[in-house]
Structures are given as C-alpha cells and as structure tokens.
Ligand binder design. Structure first.
Ligand code: ADP
Length: 932
C-alpha cells in the first residue's frame, strides 16, 4: 500500500472513532430528547450573555450554551423576559426563581447569600474577570507600562455601588504594589466620562461587559459563574451536572469558542500610537533568527523558500503594524547564544515559552502565539511505565532523545540517560533506528515528521496536561516599542486566524496533523461526513430503540396481566369467601356478623368494579375514544362530595385530610365534572395509600385567574408520604407502570396514566414534585368556561320519606340472570311488581303486547343480545300508543360517564343508572320519575 493510502486510512480511522464518539453523545442526546421537558429560563437582557438582535432573535453566551446543553439534558427551554433595567430584571427574575416560577437563571455567582437561597450545579459555565480599561484611542497606558505607571499612582474610576469588585481591585493593587486613587462613579456613563475628562487613568470593569469606546489593558481575578435554580430543585441540579459534563466531553473548547464569539478580542482594532507610528516608519527591518528544523512552524520548502506557521504569523504582523522582518537562519550545531552573538539579530522566532531559557539568552518573551500538546514518541519495543508518570526513565535502555539547544523542558530530561541531537527529526530517526528509547515533541511537529518520513518502529502517546507554547524572543537591548507592538499584534490574532495558519500548512499536504487539527482544518467535510454517518447510525439506533420499546411495552403488558389477575382475584375471592360466610350467618341468625359481612362484600365488590372501570378507561384512551364532555356543574358541590368521602377514608387509614377551597371562586363551571372528580379521587387515594402512619394529605383548590368568559382553577393534592424516587418520576405516568415498593402492594398502575390522559384531554398538564421519604405534590390547572346550571340539570332526587312505591309494575329487560334477580328483589322489597325479559327484542314485544299503562316504568339494560337497550328504547318511543312516549325508561349500564348518559338520553331514556345498582338510588329515581 502506498504512503498516501496509509495516510488516508489512518485519517479515516481517526475520523470514524471521532464520529462514533460524537454519535454516542448524540444518541444519548437523542434518547433524552424523546422525553424533552419544558424548562423556564430567566432571560434578562444583558449584552453578550443574553441579548436580542435586531431581528428579535435570542443570542448570547448563556443562551447559546444553554441551547447546546439542552440536547444532553432533554430540555426544551422557554425563555422568560421581564421589564425594567438590568438590575430590576435580575431582581425580579431572582425572586421568580426563588418562588419556583422559573426554573433556571444563568450568569450567577456563588456568594454566601445565593448559596443560602438557591441551588447550583457543580460546574461553572464560564469565568468573569475583572478588567482595567482605557479609552480605545489612549496610547499612553498599555498592559506593558501599567505596572510602571501605577508605581507613581494611577486614578481608577469605579462604580461606587460595586463594593465586592472594589474590594477585589484593592487586593489586586496591594499584591502588585500599585499606588492608586479611586474615583467613584454613579453609573457606566460616568465611568467612561471620567476617562474622557482625564479624571481617571483607567476604569474598573468586567470582561463580559466592555464599555463602548474602551479597550481592556489588564484582566485579573476570575470569578466562575453558574446556572442557578430554586432551592431544593435537585432534579434540575442533577440534569445540569450531567449535561454540562457531557458537553465538556463532547467539545472541551466550547466555552473558549463561545467566549471568543461574544467577548473575545475579535474586531478590536489594532492602533499604533503616534510615537509608535514614527518609530515604525523610521526603523530598519528587524532581523529574525529562525531555525528551519521545526516543521510545520518553520521549515524550508522544496524550492528553498522558508515557510510555516511562524512565518504566516510574522507576515500578518508586518501587514498590521508596518514592522519589517528579515530572516536569518539559525545554525543548529551551535547554541542559541552563539547564534545571537555571531549573527547580530533582534528577534528569535519559535522560542519555547520558557522564561529561564529566554533570560539566560538575554531575551524577553513575547506573548505565546501558538500552543501545541506534547507528544511522547517511542520505539515499539519500549515498555512505557504506565503506572508511574514521574519515573519513565525506569525502563530506559538506550537513552532518551532530546534536541540540544532548544530550550523546551520535558519530563525526565534532567536524567543522565539523555542523548542530544540537533533537530527533532534526528531525535525521531534515532528512536526509529533503536538508538534511543523515546523522546518528546509538540504534537504538530511529531505528526508532521511521522507522516513525512516512514517511521515503522515509532509509536506516539499523548501526554495529557502538558503543552508547549511558542513565542517570539526580543533581545533585551532592542527598543521596548518592538515588544509592545508585537504583544499587541499577537493578542489581536484570534483563534480562528491561528487555525487558518494550521490549515494552510495542512492544505499543502505536508502534514498529517492530529485528529483535532484535522477537524479544525476541514470542518465542512467532517460535518458532512459526520451527518451522513450520523443519519445512518441514528436510523439504526432508532430501529433498535423501537424494538427495545416494543419489548419493554410487551413486558409491561405481561407484568400488567399477571398483576391484574392478582388484583382482580383478590377482591373476587374475598366476595366468594364472604358470601359463604354470609350464608352460614343467615343459617345461624347471626345478625351482627351479617351486617359486617355485607359491608365487606360491598367494599370488595366496589374495589373490583373500580379496577374494571380503570381497565376499560385505559382501553378507551389507547383507542383515542375517551371523550371529554362540557356541562355545567357546581365546583363546590363536587369538592364537598370528595371531601365527605375522603375525610372518612383518611381517618380509617390514620391520615389527616386537610382541605382548603378558596371561598369566592366562580361556582358554576362548564366541564366534565365526572372526569375531574375521577382524577382528584385518584390523586387523593394515592396520597392516602402512599402515606406514612399519622401522615397528612392537603387538598387545595383555588381560582388563579378570571376573565369575562372563563376561569382558571388550580388543583393541588400534596402529601407527607413515602414520595417517589427521582428515577421513577417519569415512569409513573405510563400505563401499567408502578414503583415497586415492598410496603404497598395494592394498585394497578393505571390511575395516574388515566389521570394524566384525562388532564391532557382537558388541555392541561398533570405536574408532580416529589422527594423520596418526604412526600409528593400533584397539581394541575384547568381553564373552564363560566356557566349557569340549567333547570334540567338541577333535578333533585326525592328523599326517602316522600316515597310511596306500591301498586307499580316495572318491566325489567336484562340478559344477566343474577343482575335481573338483584334488580327484581330490590323492587319487590318495596312492593313493586316485576316482570323480566332477557333482551331488547323481548322487551319491545312484551310492551307491545301489554295494555297501555300496564307497565309504569321500564328498567332497560344497555348491552343485550339481539337488540340492545338503546335500540329497544327507540322502537318503544316510536310506537303508536298513548304511553309509548311517556313511560319512564331507566338505562342500566356498567358505564356512567357523560358520553354514555348522552347516548341513552338521545335514544329516549329518562335516566341512567350505573351498575351495580344501589337500591336507595333506584328507589329515589323511580319516585322522582313517577312523581309519587
Ligand atoms: P397504583 O396506585 O394503582 O399503583 P397509579 O397510576 O395511581 O397506580 O400510581 C402509579 C405509581 O405511582 C404507584 O404505584 C406509586 O408507586 C406512585 N405514586 C402515585 N401517587 C403517589 C404518592 N402520592 N406518593 C408516592 N407514590 C405515589
């Protein structure tokens, strides 16, 4: 295989590893995305952090950071804005955060006060530095001469209310022996004015909000800033911790890039002072000593032309500043000081960022213009001592290769195993031929030579945490202007420009850089390939997830069926057993026991019925057939009903049930009272069921908003019970899912799933906050139209004392023998005569065959063979006889939701009774309909 093919193969395999890493990250993100949660984020308008551009789009450091981590957190951020100045906005939002009205606020410092009142994740998402700035046009004070000027006192303008920042500044001044006078200012404008009038030499600020028209000359004392959340909101804190860690792993440079984008040096103009201008114009070209054995930084190309990253940088500096450079090649056989002495130079290029080495050679270091990771290259046979980083020399047999006269200090190079060579290339040759065991170099150069030359015996290893900086060295007696200008020019060259230098080298086909460099160099290609691969892999993950979901669903259904059989068998066995007992009680005339037994049969039967109703409801939900009706109802009546039932129920379980219903809510609403009641009953019975002995349940209802047409009512059920484990909170709303707890075994896992769907159908959301062992709070807000109760809905049942039911004949149409028997016994007990038929068809023919008014009432089951109750009623109502339209027909049905009642009404029935029939209710309805 050719060298080119190998290179391509290596690049591809690097790429694939990277893509797999990014895919797995994104797969996690995609996984989380499926259950994305809406998070309310405070959005104060702060330049750079959270701002809105001219098109009304949100942008800023915090905004972009949050959007990026949201994919790992599974969040859908909803940004909340408030009015006022920045300080007012922050104050309002901090209060909202405290009250839980928003979930997250960014750009916050950890102080004693904030730590007490809010919660923070572990990681910060940026660091804010204090700054000293001067007017952009100021050429008398710079970073270089600030310390010298400050020895004789400088005036620093500060915002008088920024006490903490002033304290930090004073400490900084003390540590650096600055003589200073503070100039207190009221606001930012006054700060800049103080500079313009000369009242102040510099102003104190923060790097995140640079005052317009100023430039930063000193940055110090970093303070990390964080996202902050409501005290006790551990869910947000945990998700933030996790998402921020994942983000850092996926792109460690992210914060830096964002900083560059919003607060960086970009766009800052390079301005020469008048004095510098004259100096540059009059000066001769500067002589730059350059070694040509440090590719891709500095080297001689095939045509004998010198080139490289350093050269690109110096050429840009020439253009920016007007300085001129003349290059003199360094003799690597001689020391640096010999070269400097012999060649009469002003600057040394490609100097390592090593203070000691520089000053030993009478050089002053400029700011570093490029950073590269350190790489260890070693012979394949060399056993690196992995366990002890400090003692790599242990296995050295042949020696450690190092470049002499280069100035870089690497680990282990102080040992007497070192073998010196003139260039890095020679060092690597030595390792390849077995003359040395290993050596160190910067990642760009090592990669360059690895790809340029064939080193079959050399392997490389990244040295995390160790990097090499490259600087220019200015000879001590060179005019100070040179260093000042060079430093300013280097700082104005941003990261993107540096990557461009790298890209230029790469495009020449000279170097096979590290993977990271490759990505920086070819972002578009990497992105396109990445996207295609990602799509393929996402599709595979999606199919796999679908399969996993199906399996999980099936498993949940199987578990549900076995739970359900158990759930149903329990009350059914109780009914059968109790029935047996009852028979014996009756034989023995044991009246007291009889009553007790009947009560227990009653409660087991009701429990069984509620399970069956839940299953039927769930079926309807799955088929999308659950309907929500809209009818007037009295909210206080509904709440009092619930209160009555649960006061007793709670007491039986030794739980205190506290209710608070706001007194002046609009009372008649339009909605599905039965379904709302069903949800509330489910929440309250759970709150009692999953409580601790002597625990509390709080049921609170209040009106939070009223318009001309509608009201918003908030319902909350809270308890001091066992709570729900955080990892189970999302699960409990799923059908058939329960939190496995040793202490409570009763339940089907359907209640919350139904409640959640019902509330969803009412265009709201069931919310839960829960902490294990502390309790849970379920809440929802309903928007209901205002209504008035129609007379027909107000029909009141007659009370017991008013009833007189003898001399009445009732036709019962019921296919189930036992149900028919129960109904007939109930009626006969109060003197009503009964005739029974088994289906709708027979009911119609019996009615037709009878004389008018022979029957005074019909009890009609809905579900019957041959002809159902609805159809039979329609036929009867259409008969041509005097009592056909007037005879009261009562529907008997297992379901009593509004849609069922509506259907029976439409068919011509007068009332709808749910099975199992309660005798008292039956008598009341008959009395009401017959007006006896
Ligand atoms: P069930 O009560 O029949 O198991 P639900 O759907 O009503 O079914 O509730 C699902 C699960 O949610 C329960 O099994 C329980 O683990 C948990 N849960 C519901 N409400 C509470 C509560 N108030 N406190 C603690 N856990 C609860």
């Amino acid at each position: 295989m050719t060298k080119k093919c190998w290179r391509l193969l290596i690049s591809c395999s690097f790429l694939i590893i990277l893509l797999i890493c990014s895919i797995s990250m994104n797969a996690i993100a995609a996984d989380d995305m499926q259950t994305s949660k809406v998070i309310r984020v405070g959005f104060p308008i702060q330049p750079g952090l959270t701002e809105v551009n001219a098109q009304g789009e949100y942008r800023g450091y915090t905004y972009e950071y949050l959007q990026t981590i949201s994919q790992f957190a599974g969040w859908d951020c909803e940004f909340v804005r408030v009015n006022g100045t920045v300080n007012e906005q922050l104050e309002t939002l901090m209060n909202m955060l405290k009250d839980g009205k928003i979930d997250v606020l960014g750009g916050m410092l950890k102080t004693d006060q904030t730590i007490k009142e809010y919660d923070f994740p572990q990681l910060n998402y940026g660091v804010a530095y204090s700054t000293l700035s001067v007017l952009e046009t100021n050429t008398t004070i710079s970073d270089v001469n600030l310390a010298a000027k400050a020895k004789n006192s400088i005036h620093i303008a500060v915002l008088q209310q920024a006490k903490k920042k002033i304290a930090i500044l004073e400490q900084y001044c003390r540590e650096n022996n600055f003589q200073y006078t503070l100039v207190p200012c009221e606001n930012e404008l006054a700060l800049v004015n103080a500079l313009s009038t000369g009242e102040a030499d510099v102003i104190l600020g923060v790097d995140l909000s640079k005052e317009p028209g100023t430039k930063v000359i000193k940055t110090f004392a970093g303070s990390p800033y964080y996202f902050m959340t409501t005290k006790g909101n551990t869910e947000i804190v945990n998700v933030l911790d996790d998402a921020m860690k994942k983000q850092e792993q996926s792109n460690p440079y992210f914060q830096k890039q964002l900083y560059e984008k919003y607060f960086g040096e970009q766009g800052r103009k390079f301005v020469l002072t008048e004095h510098e201008q004259t100096y540059v114009e009059e000066m001769k070209p500067l002589r730059v000593l350059i070694s040509l054995s440090l590719a891709p930084f500095q080297y001689e190309d095939n045509n004998g032309k010198i080139d490289g990253i350093t050269l690109s940088l110096l050429s840009d500096i020439e253009q920016q500043t007007g300085l001129k450079f003349q290059y003199i090649e360094r003799d690597m056989k001689k020391t640096l000081s010999e070269n400097i002495e012999e060649k009469e130079i002003d600057i040394v290029a490609g100097l390592p960022a090593e203070e000691k080495y520089a000053s030993a050679n009478q050089l002053i270091l400029s700011k570093s213009y490029m950073e590269a990771d350190t790489i260890m290259y070693s012979s394949r046979n060399f056993k690196r001592n992995q366990t002890n980083n400090n003692d790599k020399t242990k296995n050295v047999k042949k020696g450690i290769a190092a470049v002499s006269n280069i100035g870089h200090t690497f680990p282990g190079l102080s040992s007497n195993h070192v073998k010196f060579y003139d260039t890095l290339e020679e060092c690597m040759d030595a390792v390849n031929h077995g003359a040395a065991d290993y050596g160190y170099g910067n990642s760009y150069s090592v990669s360059y030579y690895m790809s340029e030359k064939n080193y079959p015996n050399v392997v490389t290893m990244q040295m995390p945490g160790i990097s090499n900086g490259f600087c220019l060295g200015v000879l001590k007696d060179t005019d100070i202007n040179v260093l000042t200008i060079l430093n300013r020019a280097i700082t104005t060259i941003d990261e993107t420009q540096k990557y461009n230098y790298l890209m230029k080298e790469f495009d020449k086909g000279k170097a096979d850089f590290s993977l990271l460099s490759y990505i920086r160099l070819h972002p578009i290609q990497v992105l396109t390939m990445g996207c295609i691969l990602m799509l393929i892999i996402l599709y595979l993950i999606y199919s796999r997830q679908k399969q996993v979901l199906l399996e999980a669903e099936n498993e949940a259904k199987t578990r549900f069926l076995s739970n359900m059989s158990h759930e149903m068998r329990t009350p059914l066995s109780a009914i059968i057993g109790l029935n047996d007992l009852q028979k014996r009680n009756m034989e023995q005339g044991n009246i007291e026991e009889e009553e007790n037994c009947i009560k227990r049969i009653d409660s087991s039967a009701k429990h069984l019925l509620s399970i069956i109703n839940d299953v039927l409801d769930m079926g309807k939900i799955n088929e999308g057939k659950l309907c929500i009706t809209k009818k007037p109802f009295d909210i206080y009546e509904m709440l009092e009903d619930i209160k009555t039932i649960y006061l007793i129920h709670a007491e039986q379980h030794h739980i205190q049930f506290h209710t608070s219903f706001e007194a002046d809510m609009y009372s008649i609403m339009i909605g599905d009272a039965l379904r709302i009641k069903q949800v509330l009953i489910n929440l309250i019975s759970n709150a009692i069921k999953y409580n601790k002995p002597e625990g509390n349940v709080y049921f609170h209802v209040s009106q939070i908003q009223e318009t001309e047409k509608s009201v918003q009512i908030s319902f909350t059920v809270a308890d001091t019970g066992v709570g729900i484990k955080e990892e189970n909170i999302r699960r409990i709303f799923k059908a058939f899912e329960r939190e496995e707890r040793g202490d409570v075994s009763e339940g089907t896992g359907l209640g919350l799933a139904i409640s959640n769907s019902v509330i969803g159908l009412m265009n709201s959301e069931l919310k839960v906050h829960s902490k294990e062992n502390e309790g849970s709070e379920f809440s929802f807000i309903l928007e209901l139209d205002k209504g008035i109760v129609e007379e027909s809905d107000r029909v009141k049942l007659r009370t017991d004392s008013e009833m007189e039911l003898t001399n009445i004949r009732v036709l019962i149409a019921e296919d189930n023998e036992i149900n028919a028997l129960i109904a007939s016994k109930m009626l006969q007990r109060v003197g009503i005569q009964v005739e029974i038929v088994q289906d709708g068809e027979l009911a119609v023919s019996k009615f037709v065959a009878s004389k008018p008014h022979y029957f005074q009432l019909i009890l009609m089951d809905i579900r019957m063979p041959h002809m159902d109750g609805l159809e039979a009623t329609r036929v009867i109502r259409n008969l041509e006889r005097e009592d056909a339209s007037t005879i009261p027909i009562i529907a008997l049905s297992a379901n009593a939701f509004d849609e069922d009642i509506e259907k029976s009404k439409e068919a011509g029935m007068n009332w709808h009774l749910a099975k199992p029939i309660e005798s008292q209710k039956l008598y009341e309805v008959i009395a009401t309909l017959l007006k006896k």
